[in-house]
Design a binder for this molecule. Structure first.
Ligand code: ZN
Length: 312
């Protein structure tokens, strides 16, 4: 069953036909527990159904409705997790980049998408991947927010390479760990994480993410010019104490910092190492592992299924 709640809901052509509109409203209402009168009243913000009503700090290029729809899904998932998932630990405290790195490294793991996802779930931070956002919606890369007491990170970039999603996740994890998002506070939406954002919180999150992924001493990457995807891949495989994917990303960011676009070479290197796909499925696999279980009531189980199917 493919619920695809959001795209149907926001599709103009569908909503223009009254019968369709009623059908979609009924379906959304049923699955999201939103009263139909709320959906029908265009002046009524959908966020009325959220556990805590988020306001939006950064809405660069995206409409508040699009972001609210995403927050609705995220917070509904968090509410289901809080109610039905026994073994999900509550989120405890914000931690320094050294502490987060220390916990992962002490388990004998490198810092990459797999270990960061495991860290988040181990520490009560939900991570979702949602691709099927409202059709009219401007794309954004990621969001971080608190739904009640639970931090939730939504990845939404369309990227599937694990090192890309690791970078986005590390940045959002920074917003949580530095305390940029707090219980009862505003969500943060990042439209384009590849662009350098001058705002203080964004610079701080980027520094945290870079150190988390690369370590306190950044790896020595090849010079901007004169390398190929294959050479870069082979450098990355020989690099000590840093995940090959993060090494490749570090190369491209270093080039970007010098005003040069070398993302094509980086992408070729990722592909050479088989690191250009499979990231979205890694995120979904952990959602499935933690949230899908027998005792969950049918509507909640179908909602989670809808969230998961938005991956494919
Ligand atoms: Zn940010």
């Amino acid at each position: 069953v493919r619920l695809a709640i959001l795209p149907d809901w926001w599709e103009d052509s569908l909503a223009d036909v009254p019968a369709n509109r009623a059908l979609v409203e009924g379906r959304v209402s049923k699955h999201l527990d939103v009263p139909i009168r709320v959906l029908r009243d265009p002046d009524q913000p959908i966020s009325i159904a959220l556990p805590n009503q988020p306001r939006f700090k950064h809405s660069q290029g995206t409409s508040p409705e699009d972001l609210q729809a995403t927050a609705l899904i995220a917070c509904r998932t968090a509410a289901i997790a809080e109610r039905y998932v026994q073994h999900l630990p509550p989120f405890q405290e914000i931690r320094s980049v050294a502490e987060v790195r220390g916990e992962i490294v002490s388990r004998g793991e490198q810092i990459n998408l797999d270990s960061l996802l495991q860290f988040c779930w181990r520490n009560g931070i939900l991570v979702l991947y949602l691709r099927n956002l409202p059709k009219r919606s401007k794309k954004f890369d990621a969001m971080a927010m608190f739904c009640g007491k639970t931090p939730v990170i939504v990845l939404a970039s369309g990227k599937d390479g694990p090192p890309w999603l690791a970078f986005h996740l590390a940045h959002e994890l920074a917003h949580v760990m530095v305390g940029h998002v707090r219980e009862g506070g505003e969500p943060i939406t990042d439209t384009d994480l590849r662009q350098d954002d001058k705002e203080a919180d964004e610079q701080a999150a980027n520094r945290y993410a870079k150190e988390l992924l690369e370590g306190p001493t950044p790896p020595v990457v090849p010079r901007v010019y004169g390398t190929t995807g294959e050479k870069l891949a082979s450098h990355a495989m020989r690099a000590a104490n840093v995940d090959p994917g993060s090494f490749i990303m570090a190369f491209a960011y270093n080039a970007q910092g010098q005003g040069t676009n070398r993302w094509g070479v980086a992408q070729a290197a990722l592909k050479y190492l088989g690191l250009d796909s499979g990231g979205q499925e890694k995120v979904a696999a952990l959602v499935r592992e933690h949230l899908v279980h027998d005792k969950m009531p049918e509507p909640s189980a179908r909602f989670i299924e809808g969230v998961l199917s938005s991956n494919g």
